[in-house]
Design a protein around this ligand. Sequence first.
Ligand code: NAD
Length: 266
Amino acid sequence: MKVKVAILGCSGRMGRNLIQAAVEHESVELVGGSVRESSSFANFDLGELAGIGTIGQKTSVGLEDLSAADVLIDFTSIESTFENLNWCLQHNKPLVIGTTGFNDEQVKIIEDAGKQIPVILAPNTSVGVNLMFKLLEITAKAIGDYTDIEIFEAHHRFKKDAPSGTAVKMGQVIADTLGRDLNKCAVYGREGITGERSPETIGFSTVRAGDIVGEHTVFFADLGERIEITHKASTRMTFAFGAMRAAFWLSEADAGYYTMQDVLGL
Ligand code: NAD
């Protein structure tokens, strides 16, 4: 049986790709999508919005019309995600959160929601990126203690948060593996006379330019050699199909707080 999904934030860059992915995915059925109250796309055909032709389903304002969904998929903004999370808690609906940029306190609130509903926090829904998290863990375990670790990320000019949620997650995976506290060892940019690099730091560098979909590289650099692990996304459909996979998985899960590592069995 197909899992009924609704897309929250369906007029956004990701939202439009999510509509297309939901229509194309064999295990998923699209039952609706939400836009902001002020949106010019209110009561607009979802297929037209995604550029795939009319599908006869209209966008909604608010979530009340989306109660037929088995799972909701949120790619909106931090503030809206919490409104959506509250609705899901009130209506006992599983939620996939693709929105990024949450601080530790906000992540804790989402974790707590997992006591009541199944919820996935997935700052990156690409299968390749989640495999990269595993490769980073293996590499950090083997050589992280004596190499300089630097994380580079590049995204399109419209992205609102920096560094990307994915870059932060990469730093978190490495810090956890090495027993470091990311809040203490992260360096977000350098300028002026910075002195020599301290060995325990994990550096972050951010580029915002043009239409770059999403690129991440991690250096493990020693004197004489270095390993670079890179992931490049060339289309948002990668994230959109990953989100459908997450929604399908979540539809069968018990209440709990999950990540894409759970979805992919990594
Ligand atoms: P965007 O600004 O193009 O889209 C967000 C959309 O959400 C907008 O259309 C906005 O109007 C809508 N929105 C906001 N509040 C709403 C509400 N209450 N109800 C309905 N719609 C609402 O941004 P984007 O590039 O699509 O990214 C959205 C989020 O997803 C960002 O946090 C981004 O970093 C994240 N993202 C995650 C992944 C991933 O793999 N998890 C991939 C790409 C982007």
